[in-house]
Design a protein around this ligand. Structure first.
Ligand code: NAG
Ligand code: NAG
Ligand code: NAG
Ligand code: NAG
Ligand code: NAG
Ligand code: NAG
Length: 313
């Protein structure tokens, strides 16, 4: 008799708790596992309730790692920016067009590298709450890698503006991978990565430096060997020429100065002085044209590379 009573009580308990469950409106919060976006664009991160229900009166909180400060908060029927993370200031927008059907995606404007990471969409009604996780993956494809030579058998390759961290691969003319001796990856002030690599070559062959990010977005530069030896860096040659030409100009100016000192007092020598001046000017122009010729013909292709490199440094 006691056991029958007990069974009836258990049944009653189960039924009453089921009834309570039916009364309180339960929901699940859904999103997608990850969203991939290019640096600088606007992104929409989905979030919704199932079963479909009106979320107008609920709290909708988007946060990253910590509940507070949050990325975006909507409660009591309006937005609350009082404890928002400063980096999201004026960049977030809850799209409420379909909020009555339980759909309320978050828009983030002008995505930065730092926006990458895990986001939580937390929703709370008067008697229930739930949340969904979503990974935001921001990607940036950096600048063209630039190859330059350091010594006869050492090449240097660098590229900046990558996100997430890139990797470098060197390949020879047949597409075989060559191990690099040094690889350095640095983060710049915008949290983008700068990669540089040095390779030592035992054998000359046309070589390609490819920089890629984890999504296999990549860019490359190739270095072609003319003849058997590596081309010399034009930077050294150019600076030598600069030194030579500027010393000649210096010597010539010294001569003019001396001439000025010697003959300055004498009216008779003014004519001579002007001739010297003219000659100096002519010599200077000649020198300039030789220098320009050298620069444009022999070193043109290399200068292009170096200038591009200088500009990117
Ligand atoms: C709201 O729902 C309609 C119909 O499904 C859709 O076309 C629209 O894009 C939605 N708006 C937002 C902001 O999601
Ligand atoms: C986007 O963000 C970058 C870096 O934070 C900033 O330099 C740029 O001006 C922003 N662009 C717009 C359209 O707000
Ligand atoms: C290149 O590196 C890989 C992995 O570190 C190594 O297994 C391989 O032997 C290296 N190749 C050469 C030619 O050094
Ligand atoms: C150097 O290159 C030549 C021709 O491409 C090849 O036959 C030789 O095996 C290479 N030597 C080494 C050490 O890789
Ligand atoms: C390297 O490239 C140059 C120019 O394209 C070509 O003439 C030369 O044969 C190439 N060398 C090798 C080893 O592939
Ligand atoms: C990138 O390329 C590697 C090798 O080519 C491959 O194993 C990997 O799945 C690729 N990753 C993506 C995201 O496409």
């Amino acid at each position: 008799m006691a056991s029958v009573m007990c069974n009836i009580m258990i049944l009653f308990f189960i039924l009453s708790s089921l009834y309570e469950e039916c009364l309180s409106v339960r929901f699940k919060v859904l999103s997608i596992s990850s969203v991939s976006v290019t640096l600088g664009v606007d992104v929409v991160i989905p979030c919704c309730l199932t079963p479909e229900m009106d979320a107008t009166g609920m709290e909708i909180r988007w946060f990253k790692t910590r509940f507070q400060p949050y990325v975006h908060l909507y409660h009591n029927g309006k937005e609350d920016y009082s404890v928002q993370r400063p980096e999201f200031m004026k960049r977030t927008e809850l799209l409420k067009e379909n909020i009555t059907r339980g759909v309320f995606p978050l828009m983030i404007h002008n995505v930065t590298a730092q926006d990458s990471g895990e986001y939580h969409c937390f929703v709370e009604s008067s008697d229930h709450h739930g949340r969904a996780k979503v990974q935001l993956q921001v990607t940036a494809v950096g600048g063209l890698p630039i190859i330059s030579s350091i010594t006869d058998n050492t090449l240097y390759c660098e590229s900046r503006g990558w996100f997430p961290a890139p990797y470098v691969t060197w390949t020879d003319h047949e597409g075989n991978k060559i191990n690099s001796s040094i690889v350095k990856v640095l983060k710049d002030e915008n949290h983008l990565y700068h990669i540089s690599s040095v390779i030592q070559l035992s054998n000359t062959s046309n070589i390609t430096c490819t920089v890629s990010n984890s999504l296999n977005q990549s860019k490359h530069d190739s270095w072609q060997f003319i003849g058997r030896r590596l081309p010399k860096t034009s930077r050294d040659t150019r600076s030598h020429f600069h030194i030579i030409s500027s010393s000649i100009i210096l010597i010539l100016s010294g001569c003019v100065f001396l001439l000025l000192m010697c003959f300055g007092a004498s009216e008779l020598h003014i004519e001579k002085l002007q001739n010297e001046k003219r000659e100096f000017k002519k010599k200077n122009e000649e020198l300039q044209s030789i220098y320009e010729k050298l620069q444009t013909s022999e070193y043109k292709s290399l200068d292009g590379r170096l200038d591009a490199k200088d500009a990117s440094v």
